[in-house]
Design a binder for this molecule. Sequence first.
Ligand code: GDP
Ligand code: MN
Length: 355
Amino acid sequence: DYSDMKINLDPVRQMETSGFAIPAVEPIEVAPTKRAKACFVILVRNSDIHDLRATMRELEDRFNHKFNYPYVFLNNEPFSDEFKDLTSTATSANTSYGLIPREHWGYPSWISEQKAADARVEMKDVIYGSSESYRHMCRYESGFFFRHPLMEQYDYYWRVEPGVKFMCDIDYDPFLYMQERQLKYGFTISIHELVKTIPTLWKTTKQFMRENSQLVAHPNTLEWVTDPRTGDYNLCHFWSNFEIASLGFLRSEQYLSYFDYLDKAGGFFYERWGDAPVHSLAVAMFLRKDEVHWFDDIGYFHNPMNNCPTDPQINRNKCHCDPTKSIHHSSYSCTKEFMALDPMSDYSDRILNEH
Ligand code: GDP
Ligand code: MN
């Protein structure tokens, strides 16, 4: 519980102000000179402030007190003074606060609000099935956050949510890691989606591929999302509450065409398409395996699952999590399958011609 702790993230400064001598064993970290154009991006409500502070505290302690990457907070309502106060004092990095424009959080002209309301009634037994705001959120995270003016200056983002945990020290810069290897998409956890939330997403995606075959990459990672027996979507997706990824990827012609196509089809409102399967199917069509990275060394928890490093050296020295509970061991996860994928795999013809 961090609620009554005075947040002062520089350990040396903290000791100075509290009257202790600076210990010789802890070398003072020099701020890295080389940095990526990157930020944390957090879509969040004012009411999430305390869960968010816990998360920021952990992220600062485990990583960002050394690297000082800025935070961009986004909200469909104006941020309160309390929110700004309690987040800006939780980090020494720069914080900025963006209001989401109406056009990015609402119904586009071609959507029937009545049909959307009927769908919410019909889906009341599905998780978030009756929620209108959840649908706006998923559409925003699918198609718009990377177009917010506060994001324009950046090349990479790290998506963070209030309440998530980081259980290991991260001693290197994951943004530079991505940049130096020309990686486009980084994840920690992959799982299977609930089919009731996306009944026509695969059909719509295949239709998109038929009409825009020139946009599909070769090789690609479509095999990872395909059930080999039926040619259907196997529901595997990267859990998008954690992403370290390239903004250029989301701003690309390929991705924007795909998002527009899905948006016109209406499934964000008439079904409950999540940004996780949308991002993941885009990765599958447009990226090669060697452009996608599993951050297996980042200890990460989002209720109810975690990614916990199993390398004994890393786990023992840097983490506080149980490696046997890491979700990649379980059949809920699709990460083993991702890692086993042939880098030269190309399933696009097979999907379009055989099924
Ligand atoms: P879940 O992870 O699928 O259970 O969904 P969450 O409730 O965690 O929401 C996903 C992300 O969107 C989190 O970062 C939330 O803080 C944020 N979020 C969800 N709904 C809203 C909303 O109505 N307004 C704002 N500003 N943020 C939201
Ligand atoms: Mn969440």
